[in-house]
Design a protein around this ligand. Structure first.
Ligand SMILES: *Cc1c(COP(=O)(O)O)cnc(C)c1O
Length: 356
């Protein structure tokens, strides 16, 4: 606490990201980064963009990227918004579409940043419980409210929501914005991007951080009706005109256009996930039906917190959440086959020597 802080800053409860340790080389399975490098074409485009033009501001409208995304998804450019990571777009969306006087609905177990944004804008979250199997029941998202936020697949459970459920949710809440956060959708879930033509209250948010291996570049995007996109632009242009720099614009366009590389690397992650899931189940773990680039697991005998600690000592970092309902689960990002073999070997060692 400092006497120099505004009442707003003094009241905040900032998000705590997964650790990026520097003390030794870990097998890093704790922040859902992609184990494969970005598209070589994206790297080449970014290298070429490091030139004398950097003295100039970038295009405040990020038109090349908006055009590339519109073309890829069959949308008008007015239905596309881009931002400095999807987290920034989520922050803008909370400001643009939610009313502090009405609660915003999201699952009780979900991406913990949503609560942070709500707090920032003085919006009360109303948490809707997942069922016993951690599934979302969209029929529970009713009553007086100011909007809905749901990740598909959900995090950290990795469980997808069928497109029919998304449609039902959007149709049954026509007076509020329904935000679907598709950070992990490319690993096997169904995107709602195609529905934005039909529903003016649907906002779909995606990112280059996970499936395009560009978490370090900070590029996200959103698809929605013209009025929603205009709302996001009003908020963005009240904070920062230039959210995407010249290098990020060059790299993200190239990444989006390199479909072949994207398809190959996501297929590898999915194949590894299925292999790891099968092996973990053989070892007695409960594994949720993941369509993301991570698995959410629990063991009937070894407490998750202890497993987290011993894995860390053995140089394998995973994510543990000390939160109600999920404090006996671990979230494990899918790495390369080699990394996952090391992870599985460490797990098998711990199961064989539970007290060592
Ligand atoms: C990783 C993640 C994001 C943030 O992605 P960035 O584009 O890197 O900001 C948003 N939502 C969920 C659910 C995520 O897991």
């Amino acid at each position: 606490m400092s006497k120099f802080w505004s009442p707003l800053t003094a009241s905040l409860e900032p998000y705590v990201p997964g650790e990026q340790p520097k003390d030794k080389a870990y097998i890093k399975l704790n922040t859902n980064e992609n184990p494969y490098p970005p598209s070589p074409k994206a790297i080449a485009a970014m290298t070429a963009a490091i030139n004398e033009d950097l003295r100039l501001y970038p295009d405040p409208n990020s038109e090349v990227l908006v055009q590339a995304l519109a073309k890829k998804h069959g949308l008008a450019p007015q239905q596309v918004f881009v931002g400095n990571g999807s987290d920034e777009i989520l922050a803008f969306a909370f400001a643009s579409f939610f009313d502090p006087g009405k609660p915003v609905l999201f699952p009780d177990i979900t991406y913990s940043f949503y609560k942070v944004y709500a707090k920032f804008y003085g919006i009360t979250p109303k948490l809707i419980p997942l069922d016993e199997q951690f599934n979302i029941n969209v029929d529970h998202y009713t009553g007086e409210h100011g909007g809905i936020v749901i990740p598909n697949p959900n995090a950290p459970t990795a469980i997808p929501l069928p497109l029919d459920d998304v449609r039902r949710l959007v149709e049954s809440n026509p007076e509020q914005v329904v935000l679907i956060d598709e950070a992990y959708v490319d690993f096997g879930a169904e995107s709602a991007a195609g529905l934005v033509h039909q529903y003016p209250n649907l906002l779909v948010v995606q990112t280059l951080s996970k499936s395009r291996s560009l978490a370090g570049l900070r590029v996200g995007f959103a698809f929605g009706s013209e009025e929603l996109i205009e709302g996001l632009n009003r908020t963005k242009n009240s904070f920062n005109s230039y959210t995407l720099d010249r290098v990020a614009l060059a790299g993200s366009v190239a990444a989006i256009e390199d479909h072949h590389y994207f398809a190959a690397t996501t297929a590898k992650v999915v194949a590894t996930r299925e292999r790891v899931r099968a092996r973990l189940q053989e070892l007695g773990f409960t594994v949720t039906p993941s369509k993301a680039n991570f698995v959410f697991i629990s063991h009937p005998v070894i407490p998750a917190k202890r497993l987290f600690e011993v894995l860390r000592e053995q140089g394998v970092l995973v994510r543990y959440f000390a939160s109600p309902r999920i404090d006996n689960f671990l979230r494990v990002s899918i790495g390369t086959d080699e990394e996952m073999d090391s992870f599985l070997a460490a797990i098998e060692h711990n199961l064989a020597h539970p007290t060592s």
